[in-house]
Design a protein around this ligand. Structure first.
Ligand code: F6P
Length: 297
């Protein structure tokens, strides 16, 4: 057991900042949820990845930028919805997907908020991630938060206070669910063959909802594998490395699972651009290993 007094000062202060960031994201969750009503329409702008923005994307981004950016110890705020990071002082660097899966707004299905905390300046590599969390707006609001290689799950009440639901979450050993994004005819042959082996396992059931956080939370809860693969038409897939792949990889690995881009852990891939994309696969270690063996070049 580490004694807090033995930590070098910068590690201790990073812990405090991470605590403030997690508290702020939890406090923002009921406001983001309440703000969805009446903000389901697209706005005129596209985000830096060329995707249509909903009014709710813009609302959640502005709210989180203001609240996280004003915290002491946060040096910059970057989001999927803005081209460049916002300089907010000195300290750790926060990357946010304010409303993951916002196309689920119309059918009133699950969505999430993702936050990643990096020590290095942006764009930062996965190796400099020091904490990550996601909020899931499901029938109840929950938050999965990882730090120090440990993931805890909280229920967020209507006042934005987190209540510990699952301490040191561990992905179940016997996986039962899978979900993969992209059009099936656009899947590369090797990936398609891997999916066939998963589907031929009678213990595995399809769970795909179209918002990464909802789909990843199925894996965290029941065990299995989620992927948004490399596509024939898009070899880098769809998901954003800095905003989605690194934080979800960190959360899943901290819960005893594995992550991959098809050949290595998501946390070890390099990044040069803030908004670049990568194939993403996360889940039980044995399934991610099988995936890698199937799709590796
Ligand atoms: O961030 C993009 C996203 O909304 C993810 O949450 C989700 O996994 C993916 O897109 C769904 O994409 P598709 O509509 O191609 O299945």
């Amino acid at each position: 057991m580490l004694n807090m007094d033995e930590h070098p000062p910068e590690i201790e202060s990073n812990r405090e900042v991470i605590g403030r960031i997690f508290t702020t994201v939890a406090e923002a969750a009921p406001d983001i949820r309440a703000g969805l009503v009446g903000r389901r329409d697209a706005v005129a702008e596209e985000n830096p990845s060329g995707e249509t923005q909903k009014a709710a994307d813009v609302y959640a981004d502005e709210l989180l930028c203001e609240r996280l950016g004003s915290l002491s110890g946060v040096g910059s705020y970057a989001s999927e919805e803005q081209s460049d990071p916002v300089d907010t002082g000195s300290g750790v660097n926060v990357c946010v997907d304010p409303l993951d899966g916002s196309s689920n707004l119309e059918p009133n299905a699950t969505m999430g908020t993702i936050v990643a905390v990096y020590e290095d300046s942006l764009p930062a590599s996965g190796e400099s991630i020091i904490a990550a969390a996601y909020v899931l707006y499901g029938p109840i609001t929950t938050m999965m938060a990882a730090e120090d290689d440990t993931t805890h799950e909280y229920r967020i009440d209507n006042s934005g206070v987190g209540h510990l639901m699952n301490e040191a979450v561990s992905i179940p050993d016997d996986p039962t669910v899978y979900g993969f994004g992209g059009r099936v005819p656009d899947w590369p042959t090797a990936f398609h063959s891997f999916v066939d082996t998963i589907e031929s396992d009678e213990s595995m059931k399809l769970r795909y909802g179209g918002a990464m956080i909802g789909d990843v939370n199925q894996i965290m809860t029941y065990g299995g594998i989620f992927g948004y693969p490399a596509l024939n038409s898009a070899p880098d897939g769809k998901l954003r490395t800095e905003f989605e792949a690194y934080p979800v990889g960190y959360i899943v690995e901290s819960a005893g699972g594995a992550s991959s881009d098809g050949s290595q852990s998501l946390l070890t891939i390099d990044i040069t651009e803030l908004h670049e994309r990568t194939p993403v696969y996360v889940g039980n270690k044995n399934l991610v290993q099988k995936l890698q063996a199937a799709v590796a070049h």
